[in-house]
Structures are given as structure tokens and as C-alpha cells.
Design a binder for this molecule. Structure first.
Ligand code: 5GP
Length: 144
């Protein structure tokens, strides 16, 4: 698998975009969808994915779509900050499996951090339940 393989329309985030798989949404417009990461590395771990494009990673993303998409990433990051008052916020993005990418539809992670609280493992921690995620998602939605 390389950085420039063909986009797989059956990746999990494409299915979420088509409504074929559930997700705990916090924000959606014509440009992007944001939802809770189901294997959160910290409380409030949120993903923001672009709509309208079949981009596996940042390198694939048509630059005309990038500005509006990154605006949504910032908008959601600000809401996560307002909702959860973390001490810091990781905004990260991986390109290709060797770099840590596990789902091949472009996405940014928004991961709140608190002093002294260790970061959970990437894409391999425990799966959060809807009951755990919903109250956090509700607070983020209220801040948007
Ligand atoms: P990557 O490893 O590609 O940078 O990030 C993929 C992220 O998607 C991981 O943090 C992982 O926990 C999350 N993830 C994987 N499958 C699902 C899923 O079915 N639903 C949600 N909400 N997140 C997922």
C-alpha cells in the first residue's frame, strides 16, 4: 500500500458519510463531517473528515477544497476547547500506513490533553460506548 493507492469507497469513513455506518456526530455541513472517535485517545477525541472528495490523505486532497475543510477543523477544535476546557489540544493527521494511518479517507484528529493525564494508544485503545460518547458530543455540539 502506497501513499497514492486508489481511494477505496468502502473505507469506514466513506460508509459513515453515506450513512451506512453509525457515528456520534457533532458537526456537519456541505464541506465536512465531525464525529467522536470510537477508540478515543482522550476524552473528547474528535475526527473531522471532508465531504465531496475522495482523498485518502492530505497529499491527495484537491487544494481548492483544503481551505474550507481546514476552516471546519479549526471550528470544531475551538468548540472542543470551549466545551471541555483542556490544557492543550493535539490536532494531528497521518499519511500512509507507515506513518500511522489506519483509515484511508483524509481526517484530522482533535485530541484534548490535560496536564498529567497520559495519552491513550492510537487506534488501538478500548472502544467507547454510545453512552460514554453522547454526553461529551452533546457538550461539543452546544459549543458550535
Ligand atoms: P488514523 O489511524 O487513520 O489516523 O485514524 C483513524 C481513527 O479512526 C482512529 O483514531 C480510530 O480510533 C478511528 N476509528 C476507526 N474505526 C472507527 C469507526 O468505526 N468509528 C469511529 N467513530 N472511529 C473509528
Amino acid at each position: 500500500m502506497t501513499l497514492h493507492d486508489a481511494y477505496d469507497p468502502n473505507n469506514i469513513f466513506a460508509k459513515i458519510l453515506r450513512g451506512e455506518m453509525p457515528s456520534m456526530k457533532v458537526y456537519e455541513d456541505d464541506v465536512a463531517l465531525a464525529f467522536m472517535d470510537v477508540f478515543p485517545q482522550s476524552e473528547g477525541h474528535t475526527l473531522v473528515i471532508p465531504k465531496q472528495v475522495e482523498a485518502r490523505n492530505l497529499l491527495d486532497m484537491p487544494s481548492d477544497y483544503l481551505g474550507s475543510y481546514v476552516q471546519r477543523v479549526q471550528k470544531v477544535a475551538r468548540a472542543v476547547e470551549a466545551a471541555l476546557s483542556p490544557d492543550g489540544l493535539v490536532v494531528s493527521q497521518f499519511n500512509g500506513a507507515p506513518a500511522g494511518q489506519t483509515v484511508f479517507h483524509l481526517h484530522f484528529h482533535i485530541i484534548p490533553r490535560w496536564e498529567g493525564k497520559p495519552l491513550g494508544r492510537h487506534a488501538s485503545g478500548g472502544m467507547a460506548t454510545a453512552e460514554e460518547l453522547e454526553p461529551i458530543a452533546k457538550r461539543i455540539r452546544a459549543a458550535l
